[in-house]
Each structure stands twice: as C-alpha cells, then as structure tokens.
Design a protein around this ligand. Structure first.
Ligand code: SF4
Length: 186
C-alpha cells in the first residue's frame, strides 16, 4: 500500500496532464498517514506549498494546524490533499478541465487510504466532489455518497480574509472528531 501511494506521488510530481504544470515550481502530492481515518481535501496548492512541494504548509496550513490542535487532531494521524495538485496562477480557482485531469489522483488516494470520513474544505472541493455550493450554509453537515462519508467545512484560507471563520473551523474540527468517535464506538 505504501508503495502504491508512493507510485501516485511519483506520477503527480512529473504529471503534465493539464496546463497547470506550466506554472508550477513543484507539484504537491497529498501527504500524511496512509492508514488515516480522517482525509482532508482542500482546493489547490498556494505559494508556499508550490515552493516546498507539500500541502498546507503556508498561512492557511497554520490556521488548519490551530484548528487541529483545538480538536486534538495530530497531523501525523490524518491525510491531507487537494483537488488539484499544482498551483493555479495567482491562486485562481482551478478550471473544470484541470479538476477533471487531476481527479484520478484524488480518487486513487481515497481508494487506497479508505478513510472513515472525508473532510471537504471549502467550495471548490464541495463542488468538485459532491456538486454542492455555498459551503458556509452547509458546513458541519455529513453527507453519504457512493459508499463514502463526507463532512463539510470551510477552507482555512478563507480565515485570512474573515477572522471570524477561525472559530467556525475550530468548531467543525471538534464536531468532525466527535463524528469519528461515534463511528468508532459503532
Ligand atoms: S494539476 Fe494535476 S493533472 Fe494538472 S498537471 Fe498538476 S498533477 Fe497533473
């Protein structure tokens, strides 16, 4: 299994399936625990992630870490990835054809890790995976689809522009952990 995830990593690093490959410094494969119960999906790498080749290591990543800490989640026990693995120019929202081109990597990550809950962070992941919109209205909800369990939350980058969302993210992470605990208790 580790070798299968590593294979995806290697494919992402050299991938040229969409035009985002032209703008990247580094592609950013998912990272984390291959046996994770919790699997987090954001939108796309930002500037720091593009520079370092790792997901959620910039300002948004720090916000996410704060919310994780608040809920008692360790980064070592979860898996974190994005809808697209290369940074769109000026952090624009990924285009549909880019999301489509990158979809097979995300699907393989989910299929291999088989998390108990997939946490959707933000509108892009919500639309791309579940066809939803208005994450602010729907955050905190749990959705079952195609055998997977999804939990909806805000994207940590949104906190940069709206500080009030920090408490929303913290609250959601606590609720996510409670949901996981309930599942584990059967
Ligand atoms: S965004 Fe995805 S599909 Fe596009 S080049 Fe990067 S890894 Fe490949």
């Amino acid at each position: 299994m580790i070798s299968k995830i590593e294979k995806i990593r290697q494919q992402v690093i050299v991938c040229k399936k969409c035009e985002l490959c032209k703008y990247r410094t580094n592609a950013v494969p998912g990272k984390g625990n291959f046996n994770a119960d919790l699997f987090f999906i954001g939108e796309a790498p930002g500037r720091s992630e593009d520079r370092l080749g790792e997901p959620f290591v910039g300002v948004a990543g720090k916000k996410l870490s704060i919310a994780f800490e608040h809920a008692g989640i360790s980064r070592d026990e979860v898996y974190i990835t994005n809808v697209v693995k290369c940074r769109p120019p000026k952090n624009r929202v990924p285009k549909e054809d880019e999301e489509k081109a990158c979809q097979k990597y995300l699907k393989s990550e989910i299929d291999l890790i088989k998390p108990k809950i997939i946490c959707i962070m933000g509108n892009t992941a919500y639309r791309s995976l579940l066809g939803g919109n208005n994450i602010l209205k729907n955050r905190g909800k749990i959705i079952k689809k195609n055998g997977n369990l999804y939990f909806l939350s805000v994207h940590p980058a949104a906190i940069i522009y709206n500080q009030a969302l920090m408490s929303t993210l913290k609250k959601d992470m606590k609720s996510l952990v409670k949901t996981l605990n309930r599942l584990n208790e059967g």
